[in-house]
Design a binder for this molecule. Structure first.
Ligand code: IMP
Ligand code: MG
Length: 173
């Protein structure tokens, strides 16, 4: 793989501060209830691990995996389900944990699929929300960082499956 140019955008300290704030909001909003966390693989794996370790309410965890086709840095809007949720959803308070909302089409697909299973509630937490080209209609309830545009890697986010292991988030350019 050719060396790409990476510039530091969000440090691990900034990410940790956002994770702590989001977990605090979630703990407050779900006080007295149990959350079924639905982690969206693969990009969210570090974010999920960091958020759930700060939750003080009872939690169960499952995963889904979706893939959207497209060019390397632009999604096509065609979203394929690669792995469905396995735990029962009916009557549960679901919290989707996503890495990044870009067009929003992945989120629309997820929301529709999960609502068909009759959860008691369904909310969405995303580390990053891009505001540049939103098409979907589903809005995240908890947002870590809002950014305008650009393609980012690190802290779970990839470019051609690389850079997921980096502790900070970088702009690829
Ligand atoms: P959507 O366009 O909101 O459906 O997002 C589709 C998926 O594209 C996200 O879940 C990410 O996996 C990926 N994605 C979107 N923007 C970026 C980025 O800047 N870096 C890495 N992956 C991204
Ligand atoms: Mg993703």
């Amino acid at each position: 793989m050719n060396e790409a140019k990476l510039s530091l955008l969000y440090s691990q300290e900034r990410i940790a501060a956002e994770v702590a704030r989001l977990a605090q909001e979630i703990n407050r909003d779900y006080a007295g209830r149990e959350i079924l966390v639905v982690g969206i693989l693969k990009g969210s794996f570090l974010f999920i691990a960091d958020v759930v370790r700060q939750l003080t309410v009872p939690v169960t965890i499952d995963f889904m995996r979706l893939a959207s086709y497209g060019t390397e840095t632009q999604s096509s809007g065609i979203v394929e389900l690669r792995k469905d949720i396995e735990l029962p959803v009916q009557g549960k308070d679901l919290l989707i944990i996503e890495d990044i909302v870009d067009s929003g089409l992945t989120l629309d697909t997820l929301y529709t699929k999960l609502m068909l299973k009759n959860p008691r509630s369904l909310k969405i937490c995303t580390l990053i929300e891009k505001s540049c080209h939103r098409e979907g209609s589903t809005k995240p309830d908890y947002v870590g960082i809002s950014m305008e545009s650009g393609f980012i890697v690190g802290y779970g986010l990839d470019f051609n499956e690389h850079y997921r292991q980096l502790p900070d988030i970088y702009l690829l350019g």
